[in-house]
Write a new protein. Structure first.
Length: 409
């Protein structure tokens, strides 16, 4: 059989050095690889010391699942324009001035390239109904409202999680969601932006756009946005965006959904910084076949500041955190399959993960549980709730799909 021409040995967590040798036995090669793996494992940085502070179990409303239902505000929606893309904005609306303005529905076909859209029959166009009313006056009585930045995932679009974004607006947030065209649905299907920019740059442009609207006297957003701090929430690739935004001085916490940190990136020193003075809530599905739950757990372990880890049973990549599985039975994947259009295997897996029921749980069962957790965390971190509400261990009795909850503090 073949000979082992080179054995790679490593000094104590340093650079590899090479020792020439000839070995004729495959068993020795196996032992060398095993030894190298043990050496590499020894080089893994120690997790940070647990964060200290008041436990959410000590709060008066620790066990109250207060945010599973919609909040006291009606919801408005408006669209802002950057140079080459759109930003959706949801906000608390003035119920007395909505009048007969209908709640808006959106169509996923609006986000596919014309070349792909032309292949879909005209009558295949399932809408997704939201609770938001277009361009209605804001409710300025309780404002200004904290600013949440939502970042969509790979092969997706800015409206992908309206169940969550409108829910947050009903509980007193202004939520902005830009199109990340560089990783968006149109780009994956063959038509990307003319000029690509980093996701953090797009996020900053969206934040600046909403600040400008807050300062404009004739805008529906005039005077209602508290942009002194920004609270990033992101799904999948957008979860990575939310973590990278912790580098901003106006960001003090983040919520990545279905997103983790690889152990290799930590060893190599390329993982995003998770500062000790910033909080992270990690929220993911146990059955996620795209973003491994192991990576989510690694992200939690290496978070130095206040942190939470919540794992949902029955949740894949899409059903708990987006609208996608409920659009025509599975979003653009369902449209393509229904009309016989070919899609690459990776896109089929990405777009369908979490949608078949069984084995996954229906989105309407999971949405309220996710909505409570995200809303409770944001209201606490933004100061809307002086103490955490429904973030103690006892709340799990009301959230049946949350199988694991770890927190420090």
């Amino acid at each position: 059989m073949g000979e082992v021409d080179l054995m790679v040995a490593m000094g104590a967590c340093g650079q590899p050095h090479r020792t020439a040798s000839r070995r004729r036995r495959r068993a020795f090669a196996t032992a060398a690889v095993a030894a190298l793996a043990l050496l590499a494992a020894a080089c893994v940085p120690e997790p940070p010391a647990p964060a200290t502070g008041t436990s959410p179990n000590d709060a008066p409303r620790a066990s109250e699942a207060a945010y599973t239902e919609l909040g006291p505000h009606e919801v408005g929606v408006t669209t802002l324009q950057l140079a080459d893309r759109s930003v959706e904005v949801w906000y608390p609306a003035d119920a007395a001035q909505i009048g007969d303005t209908p709640a808006e529905a959106y169509h996923i076909r609006d986000f596919v390239p014309p070349s792909f859209d032309a292949l879909i029959p005209p009558d295949v166009d399932p809408p997704f109904q939201t609770i938001a009313h277009r361009d209605v006056p804001a409710d300025d009585a309780d404002g200004p409202y904290p600013l949440v930045l939502f970042s969509h995932g790979f092969a997706s679009y800015r409206l992908q999680s309206t169940k969550l974004t409108t829910h947050l607006a009903s509980w007193g947030f202004v939520v902005i969601s830009p199109d990340y065209l560089e990783r968006g649905l149109g780009s994956v299907l063959g038509e990307g932006p003319a000029v690509s920019r980093p996701d953090t740059t797009i996020a900053d442009e969206a934040i600046q756009a909403v600040k400008a609207q807050d300062a404009a006297p004739d805008s529906v957003l005039s005077g209602i946005v508290d942009s002194s701090s920004v609270y990033p929430v992101g799904h999948s690739a957008g979860g990575g965006t939310s973590i990278r935004l912790l580098a901003r001085p106006d960001v003090h916490s983040a919520i990545p959904l279905s997103a983790g940190v690889s152990l290799l990136s930590i060893v190599q020193g390329t993982a995003p910084a998770l500062p000790a003075d910033k909080a992270v809530m990690w929220l993911s599905g146990i059955q996620d076949g795209v973003a491994s739950i192991d990576g989510v757990r690694t992200g939690y372990d290496y978070t130095a500041g206040p942190k939470r880890l919540l794992e949902l049973d029955g949740a894949g990549h899409n059903n708990a955190f987006s609208d996608i599985c409920e659009i025509g039975g599975g979003g653009v994947i369902a449209l393509a399959l229904a009309t016989g259009l070919p899609l690459p295997d990776f896109l089929l897996q990405l777009g369908n993960d979490g949608c078949p029921t069984p084995p996954f749980t229906d989105s309407p069962v999971l949405w309220p549980q996710v909505a409570h957790l995200v809303t409770a965390e944001l209201r606490y971190r933004s100061g809307l709730d002086p103490e955490p509400v429904g973030l103690g261990d006892g709340v799990l009795a009301s959230l049946p799909n949350v199988a694991t909850y770890r927190h420090a503090p």
